[in-house]
Design a protein around this ligand. Structure first.
Ligand code: FES
Length: 173
């Protein structure tokens, strides 16, 4: 199952740069070849967009919907369901901290505060002034026995405590 033509730009989007260039369409076609339907390829297609743009705008979602033959509302529903997809620009390093009850009891809130301070992000969901960091809280990361688990980009780090945070942040600078 392949995609041959570039999707048309939505009306009134003169400055919008389509994400699905020829090269991106080639990558999308490689993905589509591994899935039984276009709809089934939605998650990896969204990853493709996020890797290219850093986040997924409404227009990007409309473009994905068009190339996969879905509705923009369906694509938006998927994007908004998963915290791993960014609906606005984020820092170069995206930090996710589990604050669900078991981790909370073990001090996750203090880890969050230490991360906000050490990164300069200051507030959950905000990006640090140097553009490097965004920290968010997430639900259970599946490592409840290793509180507090933290995801920095694709790195999974267990048993993070507030005193470990400065060293952790330095490692990514
Ligand atoms: S509750 Fe934190 S990893 Fe499960």
């Amino acid at each position: 199952m392949s995609v041959g033509a570039h999707p048309s730009q939505p009306a009134g989007t003169e400055e919008y740069q389509p994400v699905f260039t020829e090269q991106m369409l080639e990558q999308l076609n490689e993905i589509l070849a591994r899935y039984p339907t276009r709809q089934a390829a939605l998650l990896p297609a969204l990853w493709l967009v996020q890797r290219a743009r850093g986040w997924i705008s409404d227009r990007n979602m409309a473009e994905v919907a068009e190339v996969l033959g879905l509705t923009p509302a369906y694509v938006k529903g998927v994007v908004t369901f998963y915290t791993m997809y960014h609906q606005h620009p984020v820092g170069r390093h995206f930090v996710q901290v589990c604050t669900t009850s078991p981790c909370n009891i073990c001090g996750a809130e203090a880890v969050v505060q230490a991360l906000l301070e050490a990164t300069g992000a200051k507030e959950l969901g905000a990006t640090s002034p140097d553009g490097k960091w965004t920290v968010i809280e997430v639900e259970c990361l599946g490592a409840c026995g290793f509180a507090t688990p933290v995801l920095v980009d694709d790195d999974f780090i267990e048993s993070v405590t507030p005193d470990r945070v400065p060293e952790l942040v330095r490692k990514y600078k």
